[in-house]
Design a protein around this ligand. Structure first.
Ligand code: ADP
Length: 349
């Protein structure tokens, strides 16, 4: 079982992605098809880095995705696309457990059980519920109990650290509240520890319009699987420095979308050289865009190559996911046996 972090560890504000010891990490991502560079830089890169230090469980959370309107005929492909891209980006099934939520039915089972200790009032105050609820044509209960399923995801593996973006902090706080209530009712000795956030670098990659966050739904993205020509075209039409009207005007790299992305795809001396050229009007926006597009293509090329290799082996990804689910399920079943015992339910034989 996972070790229990001290209750006041949250106040000690762990440094981003670094804790001195090996922890159990859980993170999930909804199957939204392929990744864009915002997902890659803001989340997937961290997942890859964490697997060398911690015991990581990475989950494609398809049950969570059911809370939004979707096309059933497209779901399998969405799940598989995401798994392929995670593997291509460097998630290594030898190092971490990569699996699909619905292939470990204990997630739904524990979610129900936790819903019996989850406070209704707090659930109804969740910002994401309120926002999604306002936009939805009708509000399904899954949207409301979404954070309870997330608590189950984490607690099934007794994860102690959860890499979270800003928008998920409130949900993780609720998981901690559910743990306190569970332990108050069924504890001694505590079965679950309160999971702590593993803060990500607060990256927010803006979309090609330079105005809104890069997002699938806004269509303002570069996908990691875009062909080189598509990348050239997209970066070619990206927003640059509004104050620079002619090539001979000095540029302002600090407020230019294209210059802002350079740091993620080029070594720092190259970035400094390009930005100096921009500031002194030695190079124009078109040159900056070309340099960025080529650097992006070079960075993404090995990922595209690994993806091709994975897809060339029919059934390989499905097998990796099945093995991941088997591994996850062993632990999930063990946790559920403990949960059943605490609840006074009959054991499964
Ligand atoms: P999308 O907004 O494209 O639907 P998701 O909400 O599914 O993406 O996000 C998946 C992960 O990628 C989350 O961890 C989220 O924090 C991260 N992410 C999404 N968009 C960005 C972005 N523009 N910049 C940085 N990280 C992002």
């Amino acid at each position: 079982p996972a070790s229990t972090p001290p209750a006041d560890a949250a106040q000690a504000s762990p440094s981003p992605l670094e804790t001195p010891r090996r922890e159990v990490v859980f993170s999930g991502m909804q199957p939204s098809g392929g990744f864009h560079i915002g997902n890659y830089l803001g989340a997937v890169r961290d997942w890859v880095a964490l697997q060398d230090q911690h015991r990581c469980f990475y989950c494609v959370v398809d049950l969570h995705a059911l809370t939004q309107p979707y096309e059933p005929a497209a779901m399998r492909a969405r799940v598989l696309d995401m798994a392929v891209e995670l593997l291509a980006c460097g998630i290594d099934p030898q190092k971490s457990t990569l699996f699909v939520q619905s292939q470990v039915p204990e997630h739904a089972e524990l979610s129900w059980i936790l819903s019996t200790v989850a406070p209704y009032g707090e659930l109804s105050r969740m910002t994401q519920f309120k926002e999604k609820g306002e936009r939805a044509e009708y509000v399904n209960c899954g949207l409301f109990t979404y954070p309870v399923l997330m608590a189950a995801d984490i607690l099934l593996y007794k994860a102690t650290r959860v890499p979270v973006g800003e928008d998920q902090i409130q949900h993780l706080e609720l998981t901690r509240e559910i743990v306190r209530r569970w332990n108050g009712r069924y504890g001694e000795p505590a079965l679950f520890a309160e999971p702590l956030p593993l803060h990500r670098s607060p990256l927010r990659i803006m979309g090609l319009d330079g105005k809104q966050k890069m997002s699938k739904s806004l269509g303002n993205y570069v996908a990691i699987s875009d062909e080189p020509d598509a990348i050239r075209k997209k970066i070619g039409s990206a927003f640059t420095d509004e104050l620079r009207l002619r090539k001979k005007d000095p540029g302002h790299p600090e407020s230019c979308y294209v210059c802002g992305l350079e740091q993620y795809f080029m070594p720092s001396d190259k970035v400094a050289e390009l930005q100096d050229g921009c500031r002194t009007a030695r190079i124009g926006c078109v040159d900056s865009k070309r340099a960025l597009a080529e650097a992006m293509i070079t960075t993404l090329q090995p990922i595209a190559e690994r993806k091709r290799q994975l897809l060339a082996q029919p059934g390989l990804v499905e097998d990796i996911l099945q093995a991941g689910a088997d591994e996850a399920r062993k632990i999930a079943k063990q946790t559920m046996a403990e949960v059943r015992e605490r609840l006074g339910l009959l054991p499964l034989r």
